[in-house]
Design a binder for this molecule. Structure first.
Ligand code: NAP
Length: 306
């Protein structure tokens, strides 16, 4: 079993920041990442709200985070974490390739896009239904594209998809967007975007690929068929918080609740970024969380060693 001071689960901006601080504090630190460091920003076209970078490609910012952490001694290992367990004062991680032991664990596992849960959604995923505009948008050049949702992700990705689509419908269940005003304005000013208010997607239809969606007006109950070549649901997020073999306090949405040290209800287990309950899910929040958790873990380990 490999033993460390600190293990970080997840190599997003929060995890890489925690790794940078922890390795720089000379704690024996590893970050376990299942796919590719960078988290969601690795799949974000442009980041315009990370201070110091007016506009930077997501994958470029992700690479900078990674290189910076590695420079200060962070080891990144590719492994898929299945369970976190307790063994006395030690915290144990069971992953696909190995078992790991640490004094403290920082969980930055992010989450998954929330599904609409309507007929045809799963069947047409990869055949016109996609949850990543940057990955799949270019497949729908000159097609009519539908986006579901009204938050920052739906509106920002809707704007991005106008690069490819002949038209982009943004279908929102209310008549007011949740997205930030500055993002809303950009969408309202974009001639390719048409909003469909008070409506939800009811069904995805097609043959080999998606051909249309049925949408329901939640005020009138009326159902309308909308011919589209793609559907991008951006209706929120489900945190990846189901990896504990013991009781960790979460809210009703599955977000982990922490204190001001980013510690969960269990000593030596910290949660950072999108998996944790907090007001915003911004890169800046994840970075702040990573910093706090790494510093808190350092102090905890100092006391642990006494
Ligand atoms: P979000 O802010 O939770 O918005 C989800 C949207 O989907 C809401 O408009 C919600 O409607 C709608 N919705 C939820 N469940 C639905 C359902 N079953 N059917 C239809 N519509 C449904 O999620 P997000 O847009 O993914 O953003 C997540 C976080 O990431 C936010 O904190 C956001 O600020 C952040 N983010 C930031 C940026 C940026 O700043 N550049 C970009 C992307 C994301 P209601 O409004 O009616 O609840």
């Amino acid at each position: 079993m490999k033993e460390y001071d600190v293990i970080i689960v997840g190599g997003g901006p929060g995890g890489l920041t925690a790794g940078m601080y922890s390795a720089r504090a000379e704690l024996n630190t590893i970050c376990l990442e299942k796919l590719m460091p960078g988290g969601q920003i690795a799949n974000t076209e442009l980041v315009e709200d990370y201070p110091g970078f007016e506009s930077i490609a997501g994958h470029e910012l992700a690479k900078k985070f990674e290189n910076h952490a590695i420079k200060f001694g962070l080891n990144i290992e590719y492994d898929n974490v299945q369970k976190i367990k307790l063994d006395g004062r030690y915290r144990i991680i069971e992953a696909d390739n190995d078992t790991y032991k640490a004094k403290a664990i920082i969980v930055g596992t992010g989450g998954q896009p929330r599904l609409l849960g309507v007929p045809g959604e799963k069947e047409y995923t990869g055949k016109g239904v996609s949850y990543c505009a940057i990955c799949d948008g270019a497949f729908f050049k000159d097609r009519v594209i539908a986006v579901a949702g009204g938050g920052d992700a739906a509106v920002e990705e809707g704007i991005f998809l106008t690069k490819f689509g002949s038209k982009v419908y943004i279908i929102h269940r209310r008549d007011q967007l949740r997205a930030q005003k500055v993002i809303q304005k950009r969408a309202f000013d974009n001639p390719k975007i048409e909003f469909i208010w008070d409506s939800v997607v009811e069904k995805v239809n097609g043959s080999d690929t998606i051909e249309s969606i049925d949408i329901k007006n939640v005020k009138t109950g009326g159902i309308k068929n909308l011919p589209v070549g793609a559907l991008f649901p951006f209706i929120g997020f489900t945190p990846n918080s189901d990896i504990f073999d013991f009781e960790v306090t979460k809210d009703e949405g599955g977000y982990i609740i922490t204190n001001e040290y980013n510690q969960t209800n269990v000593e030596g287990i910290y949660a950072i970024g999108d998996v944790r309950k907090q007001l915003c899910k911004q890169i800046t929040n994840a970075v702040g969380d990573g910093t706090t958790a790494a510093v808190a873990a350092d102090k905890y380990i100092e006391a642990w060693n006494d």
